[in-house]
Design a binder for this molecule. Structure first.
Ligand SMILES: [Zn+2]
Ligand SMILES: [Zn+2]
Length: 428
């Protein structure tokens, strides 16, 4: 941080507009593949900045392309979707939005994962890149991706992405994290876990609540399944392996004195190796079928897989380049090597895999440092984020707009600048 960075010039003047944009996006969240307002807003801003814009990529995706002579091609990706969560932050710009989920239900919607921050930071970066084309050379492909929460990246790629847009030399993306503002975390190699989701329908035989002997109660069956599934990670997976199994939804019945016919569960599993992933699938199937048999279920359970995210892998060499750029731009003491065993998942890896391009993905903190009083950054890296701090997907997750926006914009420009600027340190 020794000189005025060319790409950062004027960012301070752009900031009030970016903060207003962030609050607007936060107050108007949209569910996966329904990001029409967000996409229109993104497209309009990119066009105003001078980018070549393509809309409707992979559904609601927006891709901007900007060239400044020959040089490397850098793909920058931000995800746009929000979650079916009722916001409880109490912020003046809190969401009261609702949306229609894939099952046709009206649900509350909140930017509980912080993708509004990603859109804001990338639009900040695209604005800076457009304003300072003399400071870099090459091409930037800015991807505003729909539906990260349900693995929307393949939809963008399968919409002819490789044929329609310049082929990148590097793919870059970032995620806001419940870490102190200014904190930047990354690691070479595997950075995020695989995530797989399962839908399970358990069959019973319904009847009157007063005569359970005439029924097979799927509520009791579901309860047994949920409890037994808790033993998979604790009793079957080796202690030094990463595995998580969460029953995220459980629905059965309509009234207290009616025993229903069916119960529906949805399950999410996280793993970091194919062997553990297969082990978790097999255990879920074994337990669900065995509990159904133990209940005398009249029909075999239905088990359906949906939403599958592979592990996210950072290219070793490119990660070293990004790390140096982030440290130069934001301070060496702000950049940390993440531990292994991160159980979050991402679909960003699909870009690098499909385009056969190295990719780097990092985290940037968005939480008020006061929340971490008494803890050092080293503590956070070693012990993880304290459970008391609201994290992504929590109804209380509320990144502080500043200096998070500035940090995210600077990080994107620093990382992209490592490829785009003639002197790799030009964004210092
Ligand atoms: Zn999320
Ligand atoms: Zn997210």
């Amino acid at each position: 941080m020794t000189s005025t960075p060319a790409l950062l010039s004027g960012l301070d003047e752009r900031l009030p507009d970016l903060l207003a944009l962030y609050r607007d996006l936060h107050a108007h969240p949209e569910l996966s593949f329904r990001e029409t307002r967000t996409a229109a807003l993104v497209a309009a801003r990119l066009r105003a900045q001078g980018w070549q814009v393509t809309e409707g990529v992979g559904g609601t995706g927006v891709v901007g392309v900007l060239t400044s002579g020959p040089g490397p091609v850098v793909l920058l990706r931000a995800d746009m979707d929000a979650l079916p969560v009722r916001e409880e932050t109490g912020l003046p710009y809190a969401s009261t939005a609702t949306g229609i989920d894939p099952d046709g239900n009206e649900v509350p919607v909140m930017h509980a994962c912080g993708h509004d921050m990603h859109v804001t930071c990338l639009l900040g970066a695209t604005g800076q890149l457009a304003a300072h084309r003399d400071a870099w050379h090459g091409t930037v492909v800015a991807v505003f991706q729909p539906a990260e929460e349900v693995g929307g990246a393949p939809a963008v790629l399968e919409d002819g992405f490789a044929d329609r847009f310049p082929h990148p030399d590097i793919c870059l993306a970032q995620h806001v994290a419940p870490a102190p503002v200014g904190f930047l975390g990354l690691r070479p190699g595997q950075v995020m876990a695989a995530s797989d989701s399962l839908r399970i329908r358990l069959f019973g035989r319904g009847g009157h609540g007063s005569r359970p002997e005439a029924t097979v109660d799927p509520v009791v069956l579901a309860a047994a399944v949920v409890m037994r599934l808790q033993t998979v990670v604790s009793r079957e997976v080796a202690a030094d392996r990463t595995a998580v199994l969460t029953v995220g939804s459980l629905h059965a019945g309509t009234k207290e004195n009616i025993i229903p016919d069916t119960a529906d569960l949805s399950i999410n599993i996280r793993s970091t190796t194919p062997a553990v992933r297969d082990q978790l699938f097999a255990a879920v199937e074994r337990i669900v079928r065995a509990e159904a048999a133990a209940s005398g279920a009249p029909k075999e359970p239905e088990i359906t897989r949906f939403h599958s995210f592979p592990v996210t892998v950072n290219d070793d060499e490119a990660t070293a380049t990004v790390r140096t750029a982030l440290a130069d731009a934001l301070g060496e003491h702000q950049v940390f090597t993440l531990p292994t065993g991160v159980t979050g998942s991402e679909d960003f890896g699909a870009f690098g895999t499909a385009l056969e391009t190295p990719s780097v993905y990092w985290f940037f903190g968005g939480t008020d440092p006061a929340e971490f009083a008494g803890l050092s950054s080293a503590d956070l890296v070693t012990d993880g984020i304290p459970p008391r701090v609201p994290a992504n997907h929590s109804p209380l997750f509320a990144p502080v707009p500043e200096p998070t926006v500035t940090t995210g914009v600077r990080a994107l420009l620093a990382a992209a600048g490592a490829w785009l600027c003639a002197a790799p340190r030009a964004v210092q």
